[in-house]
Design a protein around this ligand. Structure first.
Ligand SMILES: [Zn+2]
Length: 237
């Protein structure tokens, strides 16, 4: 089996720590596939076949070729699928059922699939500047985009409920269109002609930015953490 590597925590973003603390180059040593965000919560990152793409909040998609670019939070793994996805059509609300997710409830997994989407609804976090706000404040004002009849790739993770804090529990999925002009953090979708895979992980590596003074000094509001994560990330179960 394989390992899921995560740099930074979602809780850290709630704690206003949005400064980039890992380079894309370093991240890619731990995986060729993944999702994340850039410094200041600048957009939605998707990594496919070792290539890093960023959707920025005006809707533009950038191919990140400067591997010194910094990320505060990202998850990656080496693509090594466990099984093919057992369905041809799916939407966000049926994904768990179709994957018989009762068997996935307590483990980390990822889906990676190509499909035709009759509907793709994404949001893209807007870039913040220091002093950074909380993730929750950013969540109240995030541009959303919707496209009909787009072909592309969905990539993302399922995290168990007990990891809500380090990351978002439930499904956290990002999208990139084949023509690389439309991308983002998925709020909803409806897909047909699905081909793709599920990968399960028996190891979760949590890497922390120990060199970062802001992170070291951060005081977290644990009471507000879970409701804040649900409000801002809202991972689908
Ligand atoms: Zn996201």
């Amino acid at each position: 089996m394989t390992s899921l590597y995560q740099h930074g925590t979602l809780a850290m973003l709630m704690g206003k720590q949005m400064q980039g603390t890992i380079t894309a180059a370093e991240l890619l040593k731990h995986g060729d596939t993944g999702i994340g965000t850039l410094t200041g919560l600048n957009g939605e990152v998707i990594i496919l076949e070792g290539q890093v793409y960023q959707a920025q909040s005006d809707g533009q998609v950038n191919h990140i070729t400067d591997l010194e670019t910094l990320l505060p939070f990202a998850s990656v793994h080496f693509y090594k699928p466990t099984q093919a996805l057992p369905f041809d059509a799916v939407d966000f609300t049926t994904l768990s059922d179709k994957l018989q997710a009762a068997q996935l409830r307590n483990i980390f997994s990822s889906v990676n699939f190509h499909a035709d989407f009759s509907r793709m609804h994404v949001r893209i976090a807007p870039k913040q500047v220091p002093p950074f706000p909380s993730l929750l404040e950013v969540a109240t004002n995030q541009p959303e985009f919707e496209m009909a009849n787009v072909t592309g790739t969905v990539m993302g993770y399922y995290a168990p409920e007990i990891f809500n804090g380090p990351t978002a529990a439930g499904w956290h999925l990002h999208f990139l269109s084949d023509d690389k002009t439309f991308a983002g953090h998925i709020l909803d979708f409806s897909a047909s002609h699905v081909t793709g895979t599920l990968q399960i992980f028996d190891e979760f590596v949590q890497h922390l930015p120990v060199q970062d003074a802001g992170f070291r000094a951060m005081a977290l509001d644990l009471e507000g953490l879970h409701s804040g994560i649900t409000a801002s990330e809202g991972g689908k179960k």
